[in-house]
Design a protein around this ligand. Structure first.
Ligand code: SAM
Length: 283
Protein backbone atom coordinates (compact mmCIF):
# COMPACT_ATOMS: atom_id res chain seq x y z
CA UNK A 1 0.00 0.00 0.00
CA UNK A 2 1.99 3.06 -1.22
CA UNK A 3 0.78 6.28 -2.81
CA UNK A 4 0.86 10.04 -2.38
CA UNK A 5 -0.14 9.83 1.26
CA UNK A 6 -0.78 6.79 3.40
CA UNK A 7 -3.76 5.90 5.58
CA UNK A 8 -3.75 5.34 9.32
CA UNK A 9 -6.22 2.54 10.11
CA UNK A 10 -7.44 2.24 13.70
CA UNK A 11 -8.26 -1.44 13.96
CA UNK A 12 -10.25 -3.08 16.77
CA UNK A 13 -9.05 -6.56 17.80
CA UNK A 14 -10.69 -9.27 19.99
CA UNK A 15 -11.17 -8.80 23.75
CA UNK A 16 -10.70 -12.51 24.37
CA UNK A 17 -12.22 -14.61 21.63
CA UNK A 18 -9.91 -14.69 18.60
CA UNK A 19 -12.89 -15.32 16.29
CA UNK A 20 -14.03 -11.75 16.91
CA UNK A 21 -11.52 -10.20 14.49
CA UNK A 22 -13.52 -8.97 11.50
CA UNK A 23 -12.79 -10.13 7.96
CA UNK A 24 -12.04 -6.52 7.02
CA UNK A 25 -9.59 -6.21 9.92
CA UNK A 26 -7.75 -9.34 8.71
CA UNK A 27 -7.49 -7.90 5.19
CA UNK A 28 -6.30 -4.46 6.35
CA UNK A 29 -3.75 -5.94 8.77
CA UNK A 30 -2.41 -8.12 5.93
CA UNK A 31 -2.26 -5.30 3.36
CA UNK A 32 -0.76 -2.37 5.31
CA UNK A 33 2.97 -1.62 5.27
CA UNK A 34 3.26 -1.61 9.03
CA UNK A 35 1.29 -2.53 12.15
CA UNK A 36 1.76 -0.29 15.19
CA UNK A 37 0.95 -2.52 18.17
CA UNK A 38 0.81 -1.79 21.90
CA UNK A 39 2.71 -4.98 22.78
CA UNK A 40 4.35 -6.69 19.83
CA UNK A 41 4.68 -10.05 21.63
CA UNK A 42 1.03 -10.03 22.69
CA UNK A 43 -0.20 -9.18 19.18
CA UNK A 44 2.10 -11.80 17.62
CA UNK A 45 -0.34 -14.50 18.81
CA UNK A 46 -3.28 -12.88 17.03
CA UNK A 47 -1.29 -12.17 13.86
CA UNK A 48 0.11 -15.71 13.81
CA UNK A 49 -3.42 -17.15 14.27
CA UNK A 50 -4.52 -15.33 11.09
CA UNK A 51 -1.28 -15.90 9.17
CA UNK A 52 -0.58 -12.15 8.99
CA UNK A 53 3.10 -11.44 8.28
CA UNK A 54 3.12 -7.63 8.21
CA UNK A 55 6.02 -5.90 10.02
CA UNK A 56 5.15 -4.72 13.53
CA UNK A 57 6.49 -1.80 15.61
CA UNK A 58 5.57 -1.03 19.19
CA UNK A 59 3.55 2.03 20.16
CA UNK A 60 2.71 2.05 23.85
CA UNK A 61 1.99 4.67 26.48
CA UNK A 62 5.71 5.20 27.22
CA UNK A 63 6.97 5.71 23.66
CA UNK A 64 3.91 7.03 21.81
CA UNK A 65 5.03 10.66 21.91
CA UNK A 66 8.41 9.84 20.28
CA UNK A 67 6.95 7.26 17.91
CA UNK A 68 4.10 9.45 16.61
CA UNK A 69 6.27 11.88 14.53
CA UNK A 70 8.23 8.95 13.02
CA UNK A 71 5.03 7.19 12.02
CA UNK A 72 3.55 10.41 10.62
CA UNK A 73 6.68 10.77 8.47
CA UNK A 74 6.13 7.29 7.07
CA UNK A 75 2.43 7.98 6.46
CA UNK A 76 3.33 11.21 4.64
CA UNK A 77 5.78 9.18 2.54
CA UNK A 78 2.86 7.07 1.34
CA UNK A 79 3.04 4.11 3.72
CA UNK A 80 -0.12 2.80 5.33
CA UNK A 81 -0.19 1.85 8.99
CA UNK A 82 -2.67 -0.10 11.13
CA UNK A 83 -2.85 0.80 14.81
CA UNK A 84 -3.89 -1.99 17.18
CA UNK A 85 -3.88 -2.38 20.95
CA UNK A 86 -3.65 -5.50 23.12
CA UNK A 87 -7.42 -5.90 23.10
CA UNK A 88 -10.49 -4.16 21.78
CA UNK A 89 -10.62 -0.69 20.29
CA UNK A 90 -7.38 1.36 20.39
CA UNK A 91 -7.55 4.68 22.31
CA UNK A 92 -10.36 3.39 24.58
CA UNK A 93 -8.30 3.21 27.82
CA UNK A 94 -5.47 2.28 25.45
CA UNK A 95 -2.64 4.08 23.58
CA UNK A 96 -3.13 5.81 20.24
CA UNK A 97 -4.57 9.24 21.00
CA UNK A 98 -1.32 11.13 20.28
CA UNK A 99 -0.84 9.29 17.00
CA UNK A 100 -4.41 9.82 15.81
CA UNK A 101 -4.33 13.50 16.76
CA UNK A 102 -0.98 14.00 15.01
CA UNK A 103 -2.22 12.19 11.90
CA UNK A 104 -5.35 14.30 11.68
CA UNK A 105 -3.30 17.46 12.20
CA UNK A 106 -1.05 16.37 9.30
CA UNK A 107 -4.11 15.73 7.08
CA UNK A 108 -3.37 12.02 6.98
CA UNK A 109 -6.62 10.08 6.47
CA UNK A 110 -7.54 8.19 9.66
CA UNK A 111 -9.92 5.31 8.99
CA UNK A 112 -11.70 3.24 11.66
CA UNK A 113 -11.96 -0.52 11.33
CA UNK A 114 -14.51 -1.06 14.10
CA UNK A 115 -14.98 -4.14 16.21
CA UNK A 116 -14.85 -5.33 19.83
CA UNK A 117 -14.90 -2.92 22.76
CA UNK A 118 -15.45 -4.26 26.29
CA UNK A 119 -17.52 -1.24 27.39
CA UNK A 120 -19.94 -1.49 24.48
CA UNK A 121 -20.14 -5.29 24.62
CA UNK A 122 -20.98 -5.06 28.35
CA UNK A 123 -23.53 -2.29 27.81
CA UNK A 124 -25.25 -4.26 25.06
CA UNK A 125 -26.02 -7.17 27.41
CA UNK A 126 -26.39 -5.29 30.71
CA UNK A 127 -30.10 -4.61 30.65
CA UNK A 128 -29.28 -1.08 31.90
CA UNK A 129 -30.53 1.92 29.87
CA UNK A 130 -28.20 1.99 26.84
CA UNK A 131 -29.53 5.08 25.07
CA UNK A 132 -27.42 7.53 27.08
CA UNK A 133 -24.25 6.52 28.92
CA UNK A 134 -20.92 7.88 30.15
CA UNK A 135 -17.65 6.00 29.88
CA UNK A 136 -15.35 6.75 32.82
CA UNK A 137 -12.48 4.33 32.00
CA UNK A 138 -10.45 3.04 34.98
CA UNK A 139 -11.23 4.59 38.38
CA UNK A 140 -8.15 6.04 40.15
CA UNK A 141 -6.11 3.37 42.00
CA UNK A 142 -6.18 5.00 45.45
CA UNK A 143 -9.35 4.99 47.51
CA UNK A 144 -9.50 8.74 48.30
CA UNK A 145 -9.12 9.78 44.66
CA UNK A 146 -11.45 6.99 43.58
CA UNK A 147 -14.20 8.10 45.95
CA UNK A 148 -13.77 11.69 44.75
CA UNK A 149 -14.12 10.50 41.14
CA UNK A 150 -17.28 8.56 42.01
CA UNK A 151 -18.62 11.55 43.94
CA UNK A 152 -18.29 13.68 40.79
CA UNK A 153 -20.77 11.43 38.91
CA UNK A 154 -22.97 10.32 41.82
CA UNK A 155 -25.95 12.30 40.53
CA UNK A 156 -25.29 11.41 36.86
CA UNK A 157 -28.56 10.17 35.34
CA UNK A 158 -26.97 8.28 32.44
CA UNK A 159 -25.61 4.73 32.78
CA UNK A 160 -22.00 4.94 34.03
CA UNK A 161 -19.37 2.52 32.72
CA UNK A 162 -16.06 1.67 34.42
CA UNK A 163 -13.17 -0.64 33.59
CA UNK A 164 -11.52 -2.45 36.48
CA UNK A 165 -8.76 -4.99 36.98
CA UNK A 166 -8.79 -8.14 39.11
CA UNK A 167 -6.56 -6.74 41.85
CA UNK A 168 -8.76 -3.69 42.47
CA UNK A 169 -12.29 -4.95 41.81
CA UNK A 170 -13.12 -5.69 45.48
CA UNK A 171 -11.94 -2.29 46.75
CA UNK A 172 -13.55 -0.45 43.85
CA UNK A 173 -16.93 -2.12 44.44
CA UNK A 174 -16.68 -1.23 48.15
CA UNK A 175 -16.07 2.43 47.29
CA UNK A 176 -18.85 2.38 44.68
CA UNK A 177 -21.31 1.04 47.28
CA UNK A 178 -20.14 3.75 49.69
CA UNK A 179 -20.53 6.65 47.26
CA UNK A 180 -23.38 5.60 44.93
CA UNK A 181 -25.19 3.84 47.78
CA UNK A 182 -25.35 0.07 48.46
CA UNK A 183 -28.78 -0.20 46.82
CA UNK A 184 -27.81 1.30 43.44
CA UNK A 185 -28.52 -1.25 40.67
CA UNK A 186 -25.43 -2.28 38.71
CA UNK A 187 -24.02 -4.95 36.43
CA UNK A 188 -20.68 -6.73 36.60
CA UNK A 189 -19.39 -8.10 33.30
CA UNK A 190 -16.36 -10.37 33.74
CA UNK A 191 -14.20 -12.09 31.12
CA UNK A 192 -16.45 -11.19 28.19
CA UNK A 193 -16.16 -13.54 25.20
CA UNK A 194 -13.89 -15.87 27.21
CA UNK A 195 -14.37 -19.25 28.92
CA UNK A 196 -15.39 -17.81 32.31
CA UNK A 197 -17.66 -15.07 30.98
CA UNK A 198 -20.01 -13.94 33.78
CA UNK A 199 -22.61 -11.18 33.61
CA UNK A 200 -24.37 -10.46 36.90
CA UNK A 201 -27.02 -7.87 37.74
CA UNK A 202 -27.65 -6.75 41.31
CA UNK A 203 -27.37 -3.99 43.91
CA UNK A 204 -23.80 -2.78 44.39
CA UNK A 205 -23.71 -4.38 47.84
CA UNK A 206 -24.77 -7.74 46.35
CA UNK A 207 -22.18 -7.56 43.57
CA UNK A 208 -19.43 -6.88 46.09
CA UNK A 209 -20.58 -9.80 48.26
CA UNK A 210 -20.55 -12.09 45.22
CA UNK A 211 -17.05 -11.07 44.19
CA UNK A 212 -15.85 -11.55 47.79
CA UNK A 213 -17.51 -14.95 48.11
CA UNK A 214 -15.01 -16.82 45.90
CA UNK A 215 -11.43 -16.08 44.86
CA UNK A 216 -12.29 -17.21 41.31
CA UNK A 217 -14.91 -14.41 41.07
CA UNK A 218 -12.10 -11.87 41.49
CA UNK A 219 -10.09 -13.15 38.55
CA UNK A 220 -10.01 -11.75 35.04
CA UNK A 221 -11.09 -8.47 33.50
CA UNK A 222 -14.13 -6.48 34.56
CA UNK A 223 -16.55 -3.90 33.30
CA UNK A 224 -18.78 -2.36 35.99
CA UNK A 225 -21.93 -0.60 34.80
CA UNK A 226 -23.89 1.51 37.25
CA UNK A 227 -27.50 2.55 36.79
CA UNK A 228 -27.77 6.33 36.51
CA UNK A 229 -29.20 8.27 39.45
CA UNK A 230 -32.99 8.35 39.63
CA UNK A 231 -34.32 11.57 38.15
CA UNK A 232 -35.73 13.76 40.90
CA UNK A 233 -38.83 15.62 39.87
CA UNK A 234 -39.71 19.13 41.05
CA UNK A 235 -42.52 17.60 43.05
CA UNK A 236 -40.10 15.26 44.88
CA UNK A 237 -37.72 18.16 45.56
CA UNK A 238 -40.53 20.20 47.08
CA UNK A 239 -41.56 17.23 49.22
CA UNK A 240 -38.05 16.53 50.55
CA UNK A 241 -37.48 20.25 51.18
CA UNK A 242 -40.69 20.35 53.20
CA UNK A 243 -39.71 17.28 55.25
CA UNK A 244 -36.22 18.72 55.85
CA UNK A 245 -37.58 22.11 56.94
CA UNK A 246 -39.89 20.51 59.53
CA UNK A 247 -37.09 18.29 60.85
CA UNK A 248 -34.46 21.06 60.91
CA UNK A 249 -36.77 23.03 63.20
CA UNK A 250 -36.84 20.13 65.63
CA UNK A 251 -33.52 18.27 65.58
CA UNK A 252 -29.83 18.84 64.67
CA UNK A 253 -28.88 18.77 60.97
CA UNK A 254 -27.33 15.27 60.92
CA UNK A 255 -30.34 13.75 62.62
CA UNK A 256 -32.69 15.66 60.30
CA UNK A 257 -30.87 14.18 57.31
CA UNK A 258 -31.02 10.62 58.72
CA UNK A 259 -34.73 10.92 59.46
CA UNK A 260 -35.48 12.56 56.11
CA UNK A 261 -33.65 9.73 54.32
CA UNK A 262 -35.83 7.19 56.13
CA UNK A 263 -39.02 9.14 55.49
CA UNK A 264 -38.47 9.99 51.82
CA UNK A 265 -36.10 7.27 50.58
CA UNK A 266 -33.95 10.01 49.00
CA UNK A 267 -30.14 9.68 49.01
CA UNK A 268 -28.45 10.81 52.25
CA UNK A 269 -25.74 12.76 50.42
CA UNK A 270 -28.28 14.72 48.41
CA UNK A 271 -30.37 15.43 51.51
CA UNK A 272 -27.28 16.56 53.37
CA UNK A 273 -26.36 19.07 50.64
CA UNK A 274 -29.97 20.26 50.53
CA UNK A 275 -30.16 20.62 54.35
CA UNK A 276 -27.01 22.75 54.33
CA UNK A 277 -28.50 24.94 51.57
CA UNK A 278 -31.80 25.34 53.46
CA UNK A 279 -29.91 26.26 56.64
CA UNK A 280 -27.84 28.83 54.73
CA UNK A 281 -31.04 30.29 53.24
CA UNK A 282 -32.51 30.48 56.79
CA UNK A 283 -35.02 27.85 55.55
N1 SAM B 1 -9.41 -0.95 24.45
C1 SAM B 1 -10.08 -1.97 25.21
C2 SAM B 1 -11.56 -1.99 24.82
O1 SAM B 1 -11.90 -1.56 23.72
O2 SAM B 1 -12.38 -2.50 25.56
C3 SAM B 1 -9.89 -1.76 26.70
C4 SAM B 1 -8.46 -1.81 27.14
S1 SAM B 1 -8.21 -1.55 28.83
C5 SAM B 1 -6.46 -1.43 28.92
C6 SAM B 1 -8.44 -3.12 29.52
C7 SAM B 1 -9.69 -3.18 30.40
O3 SAM B 1 -10.83 -3.34 29.59
C8 SAM B 1 -9.71 -4.35 31.37
O4 SAM B 1 -9.02 -4.06 32.58
C9 SAM B 1 -11.19 -4.52 31.62
O5 SAM B 1 -11.66 -3.55 32.52
C10 SAM B 1 -11.75 -4.21 30.21
N2 SAM B 1 -11.81 -5.43 29.43
C11 SAM B 1 -11.04 -5.79 28.39
N3 SAM B 1 -11.38 -7.01 27.94
C12 SAM B 1 -12.40 -7.44 28.72
C13 SAM B 1 -13.17 -8.62 28.77
N4 SAM B 1 -12.96 -9.62 27.92
N5 SAM B 1 -14.15 -8.71 29.70
C14 SAM B 1 -14.37 -7.71 30.56
N6 SAM B 1 -13.65 -6.58 30.58
C15 SAM B 1 -12.68 -6.44 29.67
Amino acid sequence: MSGAIGVLYVVATPIGNLEDLSARAVRILSEVDLIAAEDTRHSAKLLHHYGIRTAVVSVHEHNEREQAPRLIERLCAGKSIALISDAGTPLLSDPGFNLVRAARAADVPVVPVPGPCAAIAALSVSGLPPDRFVFEGFPPPRSAARCAAFEAVREEERTIIYYESSHRIVDSLADMAKVFGPERPAVLARELTKKFETIVSGRLVELRARVLSEASEQQGEFVVLIHGAAKTTDHENLKTDHVLRVLLDAVPLKEAVTLAARLTGAQRNRLYDRALALKAEGR
